[in-house]
Ligand binder design. Structure first.
Ligand code: FEO
Length: 397
């Protein structure tokens, strides 16, 4: 990706990573990603906002060269994670007069992670400004989107919010600005689900700050830039609300077909009650798709067989993951089958201490589901439908 002008004297200089398929060795990237980095040329000073993941360092350095910059005065580090900070040392080698501008917490993390010397930093506080001459950078601390040191920069003269990971999307697109809204919406929702959802309450506070700024453009550190900021701000407002949708997410795994038969029956039973059901076979599913479904659903039902007296490891993994992602679901249950007993339910319940859910009576049966077992699943479906009706009535009342 070569340099592109966003507004006069403001350039995108980052890199696409279309081939990357995994982030943090954990998060699937079906559409690759980008590491967005920006140059702001003021009448007196030049600032580089964030860098790129180290394997793409040469792209950034070539872009800086293409702009013919004689010097860079400031390298603003919004976030210490290496996909944005990792090339700071190389930029400092090429532009040794540059200072790294960041907050106190991020400075310590950058010293730890990248071994940047202490005297290379300028530390800024919340709402502190640095003038580039005819352009002013205002730094706003936004902790926990998604690390404790994260911050954003507001460029008042051009009404641009440089938001780093906040509002981002893992999407390697050659579009500088959002062109395919449906595609970007999905990618941004997936990004929110995987990375931002655990910090929903913090994001609510940050959105209040964003609401007070006059913004023409949101320039994130991943994915296309938003030239209609309300598109992504409204989406975030919907995702972070406490309201849940009339949906049940069923992450499940089955070894010999008994749990599968229960899940198949249960999906029908829920759908007959007008509930949207999103099943995910854990041996096949993309965990990002599952995380996206967890953004809105009122209820989670984990399906698992019993393995060596406990839950299947895939179900253990999904319970651990749900606990970490902290979705706003209000109800949870467990269904599954066993051969000779076990502690599957107690084990899964113990893995979700953070979730603020009401546990609805699990349905765990012996062997393949029989008529009385199907009636129990009917009962669970009715209990869920009743809870959803009550929840919707309470919200609308
Ligand atoms: Fe894109 Fe948290 O790094």
């Amino acid at each position: 990706m070569s340099t592109r002008e966003i507004k006069p004297n403001i350039y995108s200089v980052g890199a696409l990573d279309a081939e990357r398929r995994l982030f943090d060795e954990l998060i699937p990237l079906p559409d690759g990603t980008s590491y967005n980095s920006y140059i702001i040329k003021g009448s007196d000073k030049v600032a580089l906002l964030d860098t790129v993941d180290p394997p793409k360092a040469e792209v950034l350095l070539a872009n800086l060269k293409e702009l013919g910059l004689k010097k860079i005065d400031y390298i603003v580090a919004h976030h210490a994670e290496q996909d944005h900070s990792g090339t700071i040392p190389k930029v400092l080698e090429k532009y040794p007069e540059a200072k790294v501008v960041t907050n106190a917490r991020c400075k310590e993390m950058l010293k730890d992670l990248l071994l940047i010397p202490d005297d290379k930093f300028i530390v800024v506080a919340d709402r502190e400004k640095i003038s580039l001459g005819d352009k002013t950078l205002e730094f706003i601390l936004t902790p926990w989107v998604h690390w404790p040191e994260t911050m954003v920069t507001y460029l008042k003269e051009d009404k641009i919010l440089f938001s780093c990971d906040f509002f981002g999307s893992h999407l390697a697109s050659s579009d500088l600005f959002v062109a395919d809204e449906a595609k970007v919406y999905d990618s941004a929702k997936r990004y929110y689900a995987e990375i931002m959802m655990p910090f929903r309450s913090m994001i609510k506070k940050h959105l209040e700050i964003v609401d007070k700024l006059v913004i023409d453009v949101i320039a994130t550190s991943h994915g296309p830039i938003y030239d209609k900021p309300s598109f992504i701000i409204d989406a975030y407002r919907d995702w972070i609300t406490d309201e849940v949708k009339n949906e049940v997410v069923i992450p499940y795994v089955s070894m010999h077909g008994s749990t599968q038969a229960m899940v198949d029956y249960f999906i029908d039973a829920l759908e007959k009650k007008g509930i949207t059901v999103k099943p995910f076979n854990l041996t096949k599913t993309d965990l990002g798709e599952l995380a996206m479904a967890l953004v809105d659903a009122a209820t989670i039902v984990i399906g698992s067989p019993t393995v060596l007296v406990g839950a299947h490891p895939a179900a253990v993994n999904v319970a651990f993951l749900a606990n970490a992602l902290r979705p706003k679901a209000k109800f949870l249950s467990i269904i599954g089958s066993y051969g000779w007993g076990g502690k599957m339910v107690d084990q899964l319940k113990g893995l979700i201490p953070v979730l603020k859910v009401e546990l609805l009576d699990p349905v765990v049966i012996k062997g393949f589901p029989k008529e009385e077992d199907l009636r129990k699943l009917d009962g669970l479906a009715e209990a869920i439908a009743q809870k959803h009706r009550e929840d919707i009535l309470v919200r609308k009342g």
